[in-house]
Design a protein around this ligand. Structure first.
Ligand SMILES: [Zn+2]
Length: 398
């Protein structure tokens, strides 16, 4: 449904106050002192207008949000977390449809208007997660964009039958081919990477690979990813999530990799994890590698943290990168908005005339102040329609 709306007295990305007329889901006019009788008006009281925030890496199917406090159970290793999760999924009845809807609405209440979610597929849960998140994607299609990555969380080569499930997930409506630690989980890097790049190439879809592997092991896997991106001409269609190896102490090795990521237009998704080495935002920015950000798992069997607030994620990114000046703190928020939009290839994204009116309004003195103070979102607008007000979404969670 077409929504027209006039936003009075807004400061787009902290600039001077102006009015914004939204017509047919898009920003039509940006000019001071507009008035129109026929269009509903929101007085924005000199609040800062940001483009809808982008949650570029999360796991909607796994959250325990709304299920009461569940003390963390998993052991310290990656494999402990994978196995504990597989057990608790059934024991606790973590229903992907219900849980993904809860988290998506939580994201929306914090001003995210687009989400890239990795969704588990394996030979035990099958396609249940994908079905559940697809149901939420359709259900909420008018108020938030959800993109699904078919994610072989328990390994691809190590669990025969998973590749077939991954292909089926893609034909059901997943948009991105996922992958995971080809050396340490599958112990068959060539096997896994040839398989996922093969599927992506065949159906013309992008790839997003979780790469937790540290140091030289991760660098080796990254080499193989870069080689395949180049060989298949997949520039601009590959994302590496986490990429902890880029935080390794051998800086010349890491910077060499970053240069090659730039020339193959491979982007990086980060959580700005405090407990692990991470790719440094400045190294990527200097080389021209796009950095986007996400919450990763939110209050799930992997960890008790997270609240789906991408303004807070921008602050964490700023803290992790020792960002202090306004331009640097703004860059952290750029990663949580424009960076994610570039990675997800969101069409006509931004605050210019002609862009889709996916917007969020906050009360702050400047963009950096908004990141640091993380005020309540006064308004969240999707395609010109107000979908959340003062942190409360127009649709209630299940
Ligand atoms: Zn993840």
């Amino acid at each position: 449904m077409t929504q027209d709306l006039l936003l009075k007295n807004v400061r787009p990305w902290g600039a001077a106050a102006t009015d914004i007329l939204i017509r047919d889901e898009r920003i039509e006019v940006i000019a001071r002192d507009q008035s129109t009788q026929a269009v509903p008006v929101e007085d924005c009281a000199h609040g800062i207008l940001l483009p809808g925030l982008v949650e570029a890496h999360t796991h909607l199917d796994k959250t325990l949000w709304g299920m009461g406090w569940r003390p963390h159970q998993a052991g310290p290793l990656l494999i402990d977390k994978i196995e504990t999760e597989r057990r608790l999924k059934t024991e606790w009845n973590i229903d992907p449809a219900r849980q993904s809807k809860r988290q998506a609405l939580l994201s929306l209440s914090h001003g995210s208007t687009a989400i890239r979610s990795h969704v588990d597929i394996d030979t035990e849960v099958g396609l249940e997660g994908v079905e559940g998140v697809l149901a939420t994607k359709l259900d909420l299609a008018d108020i938030i964009d959800i993109e699904i990555v078919a994610f072989p969380q328990s390994g691809l080569m190590a669990r025969p039958g998973t590749l077939e499930l991954l292909k089926e997930a893609m034909s059901m409506g997943a948009h991105v081919v996922g992958g995971l630690d080809p050396c340490s989980i599958d112990r068959d890097p060539k096997g896994q990477l040839d398989a996922i790049f093969g599927v992506a190439d065949q159906i013309g879809k992008p790839i997003d690979i979780h790469l937790h592997e540290p140091g030289e092991l991760g660098a080796f896997s990254m080499d193989l990813i870069i080689e395949r991106t180049n060989a298949l001409g997949m520039q601009g269609n590959v994302t590496i999530s986490h990429a902890f190896c880029l935080g390794m102490s051998d800086r010349s090795r890491a910077l060499g990799l970053i240069e090659r990521l730039a020339s193959e237009q491979i982007s990086i998704a980060t959580v700005a994890t405090a407990s692990r080495p991470v790719p440094m935002a400045d190294d990527l920015r200097r080389a021209g590698v796009i950095l986007c950000a996400g919450s990763d798992g939110i209050r799930d069997t992997w960890g008790p943290y997270g609240n789906a607030d991408m303004l807070e994620r921008a602050m964490l990114l700023g803290l992790r990168n020792n960002f202090r000046t306004d331009p640097d703190v703004e860059h952290a928020l750029w990663c949580c908005s424009f960076g994610g939009a570039k990675v997800m290839k969101l069409p006509d994204y931004g605050l210019e005339v002609g862009c889709f009116a996916d917007l969020v309004l906050v009360e702050a003195e400047s963009v950096a102040h908004a990141v640091v103070s993380r005020p309540k979102r006064k308004l969240v607008i999707k395609r010109g329609k107000v979908v959340a007000r003062d942190g409360v979404t127009s649709i209630g969670a299940p």
